[in-house]
Write a protein that binds this ligand. Structure first.
Ligand code: HEM
Length: 509
C-alpha cells in the first residue's frame, strides 16, 4: 500500500512540475489575431481553393488588423498586410526573417537546394547570394544589355507578323534572354526545347506548390507511408517532380559546359563562374549548376507577368498609352528604338512602368519567408518556424497610400507642375521582395521590362480587339492563381503606329 502511495505522489509531483514548466515555456502573449477555420484543417481549404488568395488576406486584415495569423493544419502562417509591418520585420529584422519555410514536400521534390528555397542557415546560402549578385546586379549584367536590346528587335518583328500570339512572343523574348545570359544558349523561337521545357515545369510548380497546401508539411511522418497506400499519391507526384527538377538543373548546364569546351562560348553566367578559378571541386560545380538553374527557373515568368499586365492595362487605358507614346516621339524621335540609357529622359514612361508593377504585382505574395526564432512584434507572439507571407498586393492596393487603387494612373509618381505635388511611393520597393531574400534578378528583370515597354510604345498601338460583329471586346481584369500570377487569357489589337514605325521594326540594327 505504501509503495502505491509513494508512486502516486511521485506521479503527481512529475505532472505538476511538467505543468509549471509548460506554463513557463508557453508564450505569455498571443499570436496575431486571425480566422480559426475548421478544427482539423484550419484555413487550408481557403488557401488551396481561392485563386486570388491575396484578396482574402487583405479582407481578413480589415477585420483583424494588418498582421494576421492562422493555421493550415499544423503549419503556422503569419501574413503581413501593411508596408510598415513588412518593413519592420522582413527588412529591419532580416537576420531573423530571411529563412524559407521548412517543407517536407519541398524535400521530397528535391527543391530545397534551389536558391529560391535554400535555408538562410545553410552554409552555402551566402555564396548563392554572392554569385547571383555578381552576375545580375548592374555591374555584372551590363555585359548582357546588348542581348536584351537585340532580342527586342526580334520581339517587335514577331509582334508585327503574328500579333495574336503576343503572349508566346513575350515568353520567347524573356526565356531567350535568360538562356543567353545564364547559359550562352541562343533560342531560335518560342518552340525552342528549353523554353517549352521550363514553361511546362513552371506551370505545374506554380499550381501545386502553394504555401501550407500539402498535408505532409503538417505531418511529416506521412512521407513514410508506402506509395501504394490510399492517400499516398503525393509520393508518386513528388517522385515525378524530383526527376523533372533534376533535368531542369542538369540539361541546360550540360549544354553550356559542352559549348564552353569549344572555346567560342558567349560570356554567360556559367562560363564566367566556371572560368573564375582553377581546380573547381565537384561541390563548387554543383553550386554553380544550382544557382544558374534557379535563375533559369525564376527569370522568365515574373517578367512575362509584368508584360502581360502592360498589354492588359494599355488595352484598357488608351489615354495613358498616348501620353507615353508622345513623350517617346518627342524625346527620341522616330528613327531609332529607345535604349536603356534613355530611361532618365522618359519620366512618364518610367511612371507608367511603376504603375504596371503596382496595378498587379507579378508575385502578389512574393515568396514565403520563415522566422528562425521566437519573436515579439507590437505585443504579438510570432513563433519560431512560422511561415511569414508579405502581402505585396495589399500594400500596393492600400487606399491610404495609393488612393483609388483600382484606377491605372501613372501620374501618381509624377510631381505636379509647381513641383509641390505629393508623390506616391515607388512600388518597386515592394514587388521585388525583402531583406536578404530580395530578388537578385531585379536589375536584369527591370531592364528587360523597360526595353520591351519603351520599344513597343515607340512602334505599336495597343487597343481593344473587335468581335465578329465589329463590337469592341473589353477584357476583364481577372488573374490566375499561383506564386507568379498572370492575367487570364485576353485578346487585344496590336498594330504598328505608322509607316515610319514599320521601317523601324524591319530595319533597326
Ligand atoms: C519583373 C521581374 C521580377 C520580379 C517582380 C521578381 C520578384 C521576385 C520576388 C518577389 C522574389 C522573392 C523575394 C523574397 O522572398 O522576399 C524573387 C526572388 C528571386 N528572383 Fe526575382 N523577380 C523578377 C525577375 C527575376 C529575374 C529576371 C531573375 C533571374 C534571372 C530572378 C531571380 C530570382 C531568384 C534567384 C530569387 C530567389 C532569391 C532568394 O531566395 O535568395 N528574378 N523575385
Amino acid at each position: 500500500m505504501d509503495s502505491y502511495l509513494v508512486y502516486y505522489e511521485l506521479l503527481f509531483v512529475t505532472v505538476f512540475i511538467s505543468f509549471i514548466l509548460y506554463l513557463r515555456k508557453r508564450p505569455t502573449c498571443l499570436p496575431p489575431p486571425g480566422p480559426r477555420g475548421s478544427f482539423f484543417s484550419g484555413t487550408r481549404s481557403i488557401i488551396v481553393t481561392r485563386k486570388d488568395v491575396w484578396r482574402q488576406y487583405a479582407e481578413w486584415s480589415k477585420i483583424y488588423g494588418p498582421v494576421i495569423s492562422f493555421k493550415s493544419h499544423k503549419v503556422n502562417i503569419v501574413v503581413l498586410n501593411s508596408a510598415k509591418s513588412i518593413h519592420n520585420l522582413l527588412d529591419s529584422r532580416s537576420k531573423l526573417y530571411s529563412d524559407r519555410p521548412s517543407s517536407a514536400m519541398n524535400q521530397l521534390v528535391g527543391q530545397d537546394s534551389l536558391q529560391t528555397r535554400i535555408s538562410s542557415r545553410n552554409p552555402h546560402f551566402p555564396l548563392y547570394r554572392k554569385m547571383a549578385h555578381e552576375e545580375l546586379a548592374w555591374k555584372g549584367m551590363s555585359r548582357h544589355v546588348p542581348v536584351l536590346e537585340s532580342q527586342v528587335k526580334s520581339l517587335l518583328k514577331n509582334l508585327m507578323s503574328d500579333p495574336k500570339n503576343f503572349s508566346e512572343h513575350l515568353r520567347s523574348y524573356q526565356g531567350g534572354s535568360v538562356m543567353k545570359a545564364i547559359y550562352g544558349y541562343t533560342a531560335e523561337s518560342s518552340d525552342d526545347f528549353f523554353i517549352k521545357f521550363i514553361q511546362q515545369w513552371w506551370q505545374v510548380n506554380n499550381a501545386t506548390m502553394r504555401t501550407g497546401s500539402w498535408l505532409v508539411d503538417s505531418y511529416p511522418i506521412l512521407k513514410y507511408l508506402p506509395s501504394w497506400m490510399p492517400g499516398a499519391g503525393f509520393k508518386e507526384f513528388a517522385a515525378q517532380r524530383k526527376a523533372s527538377i533534376d533535368d531542369v538543373m542538369s540539361l541546360p548546364f550540360a549544354w553550356a559546359k559542352s559549348d564552353i569546351s569549344t572555346g567560342r562560348a558567349y560570356a554567360s553566367f556559367v562560363a564566367s563562374q566556371l572560368n573564375r578559378q582553377e581546380g573547381l571541386t565537384s561541390e563548387d560545380e554543383e553550386i554553380i549548376k544550382l544557382v544558374s538553374g534557379s535563375m533559369y527557373v525564376t527569370g522568365t515568368d515574373s517578367v512575362l507577368s509584368t508584360m502581360l499586365t502592360f498589354f492588359l492595362t494599355m488595352t484598357l487605358n488608351p489615354a495613358a498609352q498616348k501620353i507615353a507614346q508622345e513623350e517617346i516621339s518627342r524625346v527620341i524621335g522616330s528613327d531609332r528604338l529607345p535604349l536603356l540609357t534613355d530611361r532618365d529622359r522618359l519620366p512618364y514612361v518610367d511612371a507608367l512602368i511603376k504603375e504596371v508593377y503596382r496595378f498587379h504585382t507579378p508575385a502578389p505574395l512574393a515568396l514565403p519567408h520563415a522566422v528562425t526564432q521566437d519573436d515579439m512584434y507590437e505585443g504579438m507572439f510570432i513563433q519560431k518556424g512560422s511561415i511569414v507571407v508579405p502581402n505585396v498586393w495589399a500594400v500596393t492596393h492600400d487606399e491610404s497610400v495609393y488612393p483609388d487603387p483600382d484606377t491605372f494612373d501613372p501620374t501618381r509618381y509624377l510631381k505636379s507642375e509647381d513641383e509641390k505635388g505629393h508623390v506616391q511611393p515607388d512600388p518597386r520597393n515592394f514587388v521585388f521582395g525583402f531583406g536578404r531574400r530580395v530578388c537578385p534578378g531585379k536589375q536584369f528583370g527591370e531592364s528587360a521590362v523597360f526595353l520591351q515597354i519603351a520599344s513597343i510604345l515607340a512602334t505599336f498601338n495597343i487597343s481593344k480587339a473587335l468581335d465578329a460583329h465589329g463590337t469592341e471586346i473589353t477584357p476583364e481584369i481577372d488573374y490566375k492563381g499561383g506564386i507568379v500570377t498572370q492575367p487570364e487569357e485576353f485578346v487585344c489589337k496590336i498594330v504598328p503606329r505608322s509607316d515610319a514605325a514599320i521601317d523601324l521594326i524591319m530595319w533597326s540594327h
